[in-house]
Design a protein around this ligand. Structure first.
Ligand SMILES: [Zn+2]
Length: 435
C-alpha cells in the first residue's frame, strides 16, 4: 500500500496465494470514496457494500485507490479525521480484507519522514518500506490506523512492548506527560499477574484540545491485533490524567480476550472493578477512596436497575450502561473475595487472569461469558465464577454486596463507606486494594 505525499489518497494492491476470496470486507462508507478498482489492468465493477470478486484466476491481484481527504471531509471521527500531516481513520476504510483468516502480510510505502500506527505486528523496515503481520481476526472487527509525522515510542513494560503514538502536537512537555501517564497505567495492569497481557499492543493517543474531561473518549479495538485508542485533552496536567479512570479501565480490558457484546457485563464489569483497584494499588487512591468509588459505582448501578434481568439489560443497549457495568463489577468483587477466602489466599482474580493469559488470550476468537467463567473455574479449581454467573445474570435485582461488605469490614454510613477493623475477611479487603 502506498500513501500519497500529502495523504490525500492511498493505493492498495492485494495479492492472493491460490484462489482469491469471493469478496473483500470493508467499511460501509468505503465505496463512496473509492476512486477505482482494477484487476489485471481491467476495472472491476464496484456496486455492493463489500467488493465482490468473481472470475479471478488463482494468484490474482486486485488494486484500488481510496480518497482519504474526501472521507475526512465528512468530519465523522469514527470514519476519518485529517490534520496537517496526519490522517487517522477506521482501518477498513481502505484496508479491505477477506474473512478466511489467512495469514496476511502488509508492506507500506510512506512519504519520507512519516510513520504509521497500526495494530499489526511490525517485522521489518527496509528502504522506506515497512512490513507487518496481521493477526487473523474476523474481518468484521475494526481497527484504527494513523499515518503522519509523529513518532512511535516503544514502551517496554511487563514483558510487552506497547507501541505508543501521540499523533498530534501536545504542547511543551506534553508528549512526556502523556507517555508517563500511559506508562504508569500499563505498569498497573502488568502488575495484576506479572506480565502485560498483550505482547505488542498499539496505543493511539489523539490530542484534541480543551474538553470537559481529560479523556473524553477511549476504547479497545481488536481487529488485526490488540489496540487502545484514547482521545485526550492535552492541556490537562499530569495530575489530572493520573486521577482519571479511563486509562486503567481501557488497559484492563486487555486482561480478557474479546467477550461477546451480548455479555458486555463481564468485560465492562472487570474493567470497572480494576479501574479503581489498580489506582489504589499504586497509591493514586487510598484504600478507603477506592472502596468509596466502587461503592458509588454500585449505587449508580442500583439506581439504574429497573426490573430487567442483567442479561436483558445488557442486550438493551445504551440506557443500561450503569446497570451493566456496575453489576459486572459487583460480581467481580464477589468472585474475587470468595476465591481468595476459599483458596486461603492461593488464588485471586489476579492470579486467575494470569492463568487465563497462559492458555486463552489468542487474538482471533471471541468468548461468551459462560465459557470464559467456566474456564476460570477450571484453572483455579473452584466454582466462584460459575456461581456469580448463576446468581446474577438472570436476576432482576442489582447484585447484593451487603454480605460481602460485612465480611470484608466495610460499613455503609449514610452515603459513604467506612472501613471497620476486626472483620473476618479484613486481610482480603486489604490485599484486594494492596495487590
Ligand atoms: Zn470499557
Amino acid at each position: 500500500m502506498q500513501f500519497s505525499d500529502r495523504l490525500e489518497t492511498v493505493q492498495v494492491e492485494a495479492c492472493f496465494d491460490g484462489p482469491p476470496p469471493k469478496k473483500l470486507y470493508r467499511n460501509e462508507r468505503s465505496r463512496q470514496y473509492t476512486d477505482w478498482v482494477l484487476s489485471g489492468g481491467r476495472p472491476i465493477r464496484d456496486t455492493g457494500r463489500h467488493l465482490q470478486l468473481v472470475d479471478l484466476p488463482d494468484d490474482a491481484c486486485v488494486a484500488w485507490q481510496v480518497d482519504l481527504s474526501g472521507a475526512a471531509a465528512r468530519q465523522d471521527y469514527r470514519l476519518a479525521l485529517q490534520w496537517p500531516n496526519v490522517f487517522l481513520g477506521s482501518g477498513d476504510l481502505w484496508f479491505w480484507r477477506d474473512d478466511e483468516r489467512r495469514p496476511i502480510r502488509v508492506s507500506v510505502h510512506l512519504p519520507a519522514g512519516y510513520s504509521i500506527s497500526a495494530p499489526w505486528k511490525p517485522f521489518s523496515d527496509q528502504d522506506g518500506v515497512r512490513s507487518f503481520r496481521v493477526d487473523p481476526t474476523p474481518a468484521s472487527w475494526s481497527s484504527r490506523i494513523a499515518i503522519g509525522r509523529f513518532a512511535i515510542t516503544p514502551l517496554r513494560i511487563g514483558g510487552a512492548e506497547l507501541r505508543v503514538a501521540v499523533i498530534r502536537p501536545s504542547g511543551p512537555d506534553g508528549k512526556a506527560k502523556l507517555l508517563d501517564w500511559i506508562t504508569e497505567n500499563a505498569a498497573g495492569v502488568a502488575a495484576v499477574h506479572g506480565r502485560f497481557p498483550q505482547e505488542s499492543p498499539q496505543v493511539l493517543v489523539v490530542p484534541i484540545g480543551p474538553r470537559s474531561e481529560p479523556v473524553p473518549w477511549a476504547h479497545v479495538i481488536r481487529g488485526g491485533g490488540a489496540a487502545v485508542e484514547l482521545f485526550v485533552d492535552e492541556t490537562r496536567t499530569l495530575q489530572e490524567f493520573r486521577f482519571d479512570w479511563t486509562a486503567p479501565h481501557e488497559l484492563s480490558h486487555l486482561l480478557l480476550p474479546l467477550v461477546s457484546s451480548r455479555d458486555r457485563w463481564l468485560s465492562e464489569g472487570l474493567a470497572s472493578y480494576y479501574q479503581n483497584v489498580l489506582r489504589a494499588r499504586d497509591g493514586r487512591l487510598t484504600e478507603e477512596q477506592a472502596w468509596q468509588k466502587l461503592h458509588a459505582g454500585f449505587e449508580r448501578g442500583r439506581k439504574a436497575t429497573h426490573g430487567a434481568t442483567l442479561a436483558q439489560a445488557t442486550r438493551s443497549g445504551r440506557g443500561a450502561t450503569m446497570r451493566v457495568y456496575w453489576s459486572g463489577a459487583a460480581m467481580m468483587l464477589k468472585a474475587d473475595s470468595r476465591l481468595r477466602a476459599l483458596s486461603r489466599g492461593r488464588w485471586s482474580l489476579d492470579s486467575a487472569l494470569g492463568a487465563l493469559a497462559g492458555c486463552c488470550l489468542e487474538p482471533s476468537r471471541s468468548w461468551r461469558a459462560k465459557e470464559l467463567l467456566e474456564e476460570l473455574d477450571r484453572l483455579t479449581g473452584h466454582g466462584v465464577f460459575r456461581e456469580v454467573f448463576e446468581d446474577h445474570v438472570q436476576d432482576r435485582a442489582f447484585p447484593d454486596v451487603g454480605p460481602i461488605y460485612g465480611k470484608l469490614g466495610l460499613r455503609e454510613e449514610s452515603r459513604s463507606l467506612k472501613i471497620v477493623s476486626g472483620a473476618p475477611w479484613g486481610d482480603i479487603r486489604q490485599s484486594i486494594m494492596g495487590g
